[in-house]
Design a protein around this ligand. Structure first.
Ligand SMILES: O=C(O)c1cc(=O)[nH]c(=O)n1[C@@H]1O[C@H](COP(=O)(O)O)[C@@H](O)[C@H]1O
Length: 270
């Protein structure tokens, strides 16, 4: 999916909601455990319930690969089920020496190799340019680079001063020389709004993937006030607050209600 198609979808749905498919077998409703593939059975109903409110879906790969081959199968079926108009994110946080990154890119971007055909993958910047550029070698595929993450550990390295400025600023400045706003996005945690104006100064046109509203307590209002640009420019993710709004047979209805509440708030900011 390209930049304009993504923006068009945001404008049409009046939403920049990304539903995170962090599907935890221990948290899904008991009645689904009798299904042959409980994870897919859960995801299918979540996708059906939220697709009118969401522009993107983000399966977190850990929740699938933890189950071995059966988990990869659930992931494949889930990806194939996501409506075509929605942007898809493999939240895998990969990155390694060049030839290894090349194989990670094939895993998520080359259906003839792996069966998977994601629009984007999350990548860690720590190993530098040659660990990131193999993901940029695929047409119409995106890298979503970790810039300033939502967790407390973000202070350990990302906020460390380097030449008088936090390390994450150097990551942003360097990375925009590798890919433009049509190929590269950045992860910025919703808990990091104190840094968001500065981030928007450095990358005014790039999309930001913003996780951390809902269960991690980030403010959609604050993120939107500072982070939106003329093309939307944000994908705001919520996972647990949508997926596990109920653990009963009404889980999909409750997920829809959560997604709708977020979408309606987003519509007021667009
Ligand atoms: O890359 C991510 O998506 C990510 C980056 C980050 O800084 N913080 C963060 O929470 N995430 C992911 O976003 C999702 C957040 O889930 P909830 O807190 O349940 O909404 C999880 O899949 C995390 O792995």
């Amino acid at each position: 999916m390209n930049y304009n198609e993504l923006y068009q979808q945001i404008a049409t749905k009046k939403s920049y909601l990304c539903v995170g498919l962090d599907t935890d077998i221990r948290k899904i409703p008991a009645h689904l455990h009798k299904e042959s593939d409980p994870i897919f059975a859960f995801n299918r109903q979540i996708i059906d319930a939220t697709a009118e409110y969401a522009v993107a879906y983000k399966p977190n790969i850990a929740f699938y690969e933890a189950h071995g081959p059966q988990g990869w199968e659930s992931l494949q079926k889930t990806l194939d089920y996501i409506p075509n108009e929605c942007f898809t994110i493999a939240d895998a946080k990969r990155g390694d020496i060049g030839n290894t990154s090349g194989l990670y890119a094939r895993t998520f971007f080359d259906p003839s190799a792996s069966g998977l055909n994601f629009d984007s993958v999350t990548v860690a910047p720590y190993m530098g340019e040659d660990s990131v550029t193999p993901f940029l070698a695929y047409d119409n595929k995106w890298v979503i680079l970790l810039a300033l993450t939502s967790n407390i550990g973000s202070h350990d390295f990302q906020m460390l001063p380097v030449d008088g400025r936090p390390l994450f600023e150097h990551v942003l400045e360097k990375a925009i020389t590798w890919g433009g706003p049509d190929r590269l996005m950045f992860v910025v945690g919703a808990t990091q709004t104190a840094q968001l104006s500065r981030i928007r100064e450095l990358v005014p046109d790039h999309f930001l993937l913003v996780p951390g509203v809902g269960a991690q307590g980030g403010s959609l209002a604050e993120v939107s006030r500072i982070g939106l640009n003329s093309h939307g420019g944000l994908l705001v993710n919520a996972s647990r607050s949508i997926l596990y709004a109920s653990d009963g047979t009404d889980f999909a209805q409750r997920a829809a209600a959560e997604a709708r509440t977020l979408q309606q708030e987003m519509a007021t900011y667009l």
